[in-house]
Design a protein around this ligand. Sequence first.
Ligand code: ADP
Length: 171
Amino acid sequence: MQDRLQLVEGDITTLDVDAIVNAAKSSLLGGGGVDGAIHRAAGKELVAECATLGGCQTGQAKITSGYRLKARHVIHTVGPIFGAEDGDEDALLASCYRESLKLAVAHGLKTIAFPSISTGAYGFPMDRAARIAVGEVRAFLEANPSIEKVLLVCFGKESLRIHQEALAIES
Ligand code: ADP
């Protein structure tokens, strides 16, 4: 049986899954990086729905429709800003993965793709973030058989290499 946790290199906005996760800002009103790419690909309806949600706290998650994306839903989570969370960065990043997956289960979703949350503008070291992502997703999958597949989407070869290392260390 293939592992339910898989790495894929590429652009998360192209994936045909039940939900892609957005590394959002707390306003949920769009930003740069993967957030900007997801909003551009989904169309204006996405920001309109996001505007009804009242924002999102760091480490929490909210769900919307996927609009023009192939993905049926977008789960918006707000990652920690590295160095600005009073030492709670690791716990908050773990919470992003866990809360996003809890929402997926609550909505009966089976396939979910994550970007490398907080490792762009929010400055989290990618090797440390990748180990947290792998550990958290693995633990969640063990406890939640309803989720069929979680993809960690690596944007570029260097990201893929770092995530492959994290997978090897954490297994
Ligand atoms: P954050 O503010 O949480 O750091 P960013 O969007 O700046 O969010 O970066 C998060 C990660 O997403 C980075 O590793 C970045 O390279 C990656 N990324 C950017 N665009 C895409 C995309 N289209 N698909 C997947 N990953 C992406």
